[in-house]
Design a protein around this ligand. Sequence first.
Ligand code: XMP
Length: 519
Amino acid sequence: MIEQPTQSILIVDFGSQVTQLIARRVREAGVYSEIAPFTTAAAAFARMKPAGIILSGSPASVLDGDGPRIPQEILDSGLPMLGICYGQQALMHQLGGKVVPGDAGEFGRAFVAVQDDCALFDGLWQPGESHQVWMSHGDKVVELAPGFRAVAVSPGSPFAVVADDARRIYATQFHMEVVHTPDGARLLGNFVRHVCGLSGEWTMAEFRKTKIAEIRAQVGSGRVICGLSGGVDSAVAAVLIHEAIGEQLTCVFVDHGLMRHGEAEEVVGLFRGAFNIPLVHVDASTLFLGGLKGVTDPEAKRKFIGKSFIDVFEGEAKKIGGADFLAQGTLYPDVIESVSFTGGPSVTIKSHHNVGGLPARMNMQLVEPLRELFKDEVRALGRELGLPEIFVGRHPFPGPGLAIRIPGEVTRAGCDVLRKADAIYLEEIRNAGLYDAIWQAFAVLLPVKTVGVMGDGRTYDNVCALRAVTSTDGMTADIYPFDSAFLARVATRLVNEVKGINRVVYDYTSKPPGTIEWE
Ligand code: XMP
């Protein structure tokens, strides 16, 4: 059993869209937190032995007979608790107060008037002040449970914030985890520090030490194999595992020939050079590009690449004499068991390729040291481990690589053209100081030829599309609004410097309705 940090907060998820933000804010306050759905929260509570509990919002209603409930063990624990929106209603409902359907609900920005002091407001809000918050609720509390008093009100909520200092239970009708509640992060900080008495010492240096001990305990004298993709997650996982167990780790980098300019060399250089980590570099470009010949359907491309990746990886694992463990850079958002009120599986838009199919097929135990981390925390850990900034801060890159940025048939020549165009585009973005403000930027080589004129001659070459988006998790995205002088500069460079491109267009589609990648 892997040991958890002793100073932790358990977040009980009732299915709010923004529960993950609560976990992030608590961690930003230097305290480790985990999310558990209300259905399994009792088990998580027993395992984690947290110092405090936060109850999330929910689209459900406590007035529904079978609406989500706070597990009794948690309610009876005597630990500090913070209820947010539905969490407040559940507390009042289960502790003897009264909740009714709201007449109109309260959605969006609101102002609360502070009426009294409480530990949640310590050093932050004073009686008589008014503060902006974000509301989003239909039902409302009309009668407090015994022991509670109102400490802030809003026009729509007589119980915007309620407190029971003796039991250390606090609850707000508004959402303090979202940025639209400007003091929200500090209120959460007050809860974990002042109310729960946690010191806020959860840092990446601490995480690194704990994980190294855990990896050693898990692996013993076994052998570990790790597939590198060129991305941040697998690289950080590999460097951390290497620090723990040294030569017992072998990394395998399956180079499918669909990487960006200079990327394969960078991965090999970083691992073999700077970190001195044993690395098998397989140039499988002939196999991948050969197999993609004549394939134009996006899903067929994705499936072929995913399957071939597993075949090659498995072959290499056999060559090095097998391993007992498979290391993966799985992140926390992939393992959070979310509460779904929509029911049923969602439609598959794209079959994402990662090494997820490997463990079942290879019958190996997993080492996943990043399972508890969000992406930005993985980046912070990468920096802590000494990975260069250019590597750690890099935009995400899809498993199938350039193959899904060349609609239609993928050829080696097409990849070469796209690599050049992409490198110029990214260079201009870096030169303009915009790289870190963008979630992902890349070029797409279209299978469309248009007529142009260069010098005195006619050209008949491909169109290159440029894409740049902002996003927090890749689930939704907005286009990045470059100024036209910037786009004109990139277009000029691409047409002048990249043979095979004579026209450049900018993709103005947000997600939804578009997706980030073109295939
Ligand atoms: P879409 O195109 O679905 O992409 O809007 C969302 C995010 O996921 C990345 N992406 C992938 N990542 N394997 C990956 O590891 C894949 O097969 C894959 N397809 C898309 C994409 O780059 C974006 O960041």
